[in-house]
Design a binder for this molecule. Structure first.
Ligand SMILES: [Zn+2]
Length: 84
């Protein structure tokens, strides 16, 4: 279940709420009780973070060992500094 981030436009209170994808977005602020809450774009939700993490791991696996450290070229530009 994704976590949504809300911000109250009346008092500035920010909070997170775990809701299903089909749930109706909240409107009422739990702090000032006004219907001024709007949902923020959830860039930091667990679901998206997990997905990008998997992607980064796969990418690193595929590209990092491509350095020809076995000795054909002494010090290629793609290698991190100091490795050669
Ligand atoms: Zn509020």
């Amino acid at each position: 279940m994704p976590t949504y981030e809300y911000e109250c436009k009346a008092c500035g209170h920010r909070f997170e709420e775990a809701q299903s994808m089909t749930a109706v977005p909240l409107k009422k602020c739990p702090k000032c009780k006004k219907n001024k809450v709007s949902r923020l774009i959830s860039s930091g939700s667990g679901f998206i973070f997990k997905g990008s993490g998997f992607y980064a791991t796969d990418y690193r696996k595929g590209s990092a060992p491509s350095c020809p450290s076995s000795g054909s070229k002494p010090g290629c530009s793609a290698c991190p500094k100091g490795s050669h």
